[in-house]
Design a protein. Structure first.
Length: 347
């Protein structure tokens, strides 16, 4: 078995999110190339320190086995699996509501969402080389060009929405940096549009769930301050819509490449949105149902959530170990109280 070399150090710190990486060794079979790997398994894993290890020999084995001229059946196999898993994840977080539910029902709901996130995780690694292989195959087929990246890009859409919020804040006579310092003690009329923006754009940010991103009002308001001087907008608060990726059917090589480019732009968006829009609200409700501090559930694995929970002593040990990892916290700009704050019940 090849030795898996570190690809990313200190990538994920929370045990709950780390446990969603436990199927990344199946990525070979997801593209119909498991036969190219020893035992059909891709040598990749996330260790207890949150370091991502990947065997470069296995990456090369998949590159070599990938067909130089993929036929329609192969493309449909690869695309149907990726598309169905992304759709299932979106549907799972959409189904999380505020209706009455027992503790067992909440456990089932959060377990399903965690499973759906786990199903999508291998595609993050596949996106590091499959688009390149599809591009090479397209060029080899005689195509004069490859599909352009989606336009406007998710980043451009985010910037546009942020600029609209910033211009509106200017129109209200308030500055982003001042609001960030005072948050959450701000006027409700200002607070509501900021929270609406954060809800609609919760998927934009670092891969680590608890690392601040656009789900965090203070992060968002500081980003507004960094935009500089903008003309003020009118009195009406801006309306923000969810940014949902296209879900086109890939019928040929160019279509498959375009679909992978779309996914690559949204791969973190999927897992962060699932957490902030689905998993986190369910964890708050589950914690209230069983009377534990919500942030402690972040220190269980997905299998423990669905089965036997560890002892309080073991959870305390995991929390202490996480808080002592100052290198990880500093790298991801995570304040010590961030796990508690992001699972605090919303007003």
């Amino acid at each position: 078995m090849p030795t898996a070399a570190p690809l990313r150090d200190r990538l994920i710190g929370l045990p709950l999110q780390r446990s969603t990486f436990d199927q990344i060794d199946r990525l070979g079979e997801l593209i119909g190339l498991g036969h190219a790997l020893p035992g059909g398994r891709f040598d990749a894993h996330l260790d207890d320190e949150g370091n991502l290890h990947v065997a470069t020999a296995h990456v090369e084995a998949l590159r070599s086995a990938f067909p130089a001229r993929p036929d329609p059946d192969f493309l449909e196999l690869v695309e149907q699996a990726r598309r169905s898993r992304c759709t299932a994840l979106r549907e799972a977080w959409t189904r999380t509501g505020s209706h009455e539910a027992s503790a067992s029902q909440l456990v089932a709901a959060v377990s399903e969402l965690l499973t759906r996130v786990t199903d999508v995780m291998p595609y993050g690694l596949l996106s590091k080389f499959v688009p390149e292989l599809l591009s090479d195959a397209l060029v080899a087929s005689g195509a004069s060009s490859v599909p352009a990246l989606p336009a406007p890009s998710p980043g451009a859409q985010l910037t546009n929405a942020l600029s609209r919020l910033a211009a509106w804040c200017v129109g209200q006579g308030v500055a982003g940096e001042d609001l960030a310092r005072r948050w959450p003690d701000v006027d409700p009329g200002i607070r509501a549009p900021v929270e609406a923006f954060c809800s609609a754009h919760a998927g934009f940010g670092p891969v680590a769930w608890e690392a601040p991103g656009f789900d965090d009002p203070r992060f968002t308001l500081r980003a507004i301050a960094s935009l500089g001087a903008l003309p003020g907008a009118g009195r009406a608060a801006p309306v923000f819509e969810d940014l949902t990726p296209a879900d086109d059917q890939a019928t040929d090589l160019a279509g498959a490449l375009a679909a992978w480019q779309e996914f690559t732009e949204h791969q973190i968006w999927y897992v962060r949105t699932a957490f902030h829009r689905g998993i986190a609200p369910l964890l708050r409700r589950l914690a209230a149902s069983v009377r534990v501090a919500p942030h402690r559930l972040l220190f269980l694995t997905r299998h423990e959530i669905a089965g036997d929970w560890p002892s309080d002593v073991e959870i305390d040990h995991r929390v202490t170990r996480y808080m002592a990892d100052t290198a990880y916290l500093h790298r991801h700009s995570i304040a010590p109280d961030r796990p508690v704050e992001m699972l605090r019940e919303r007003a």
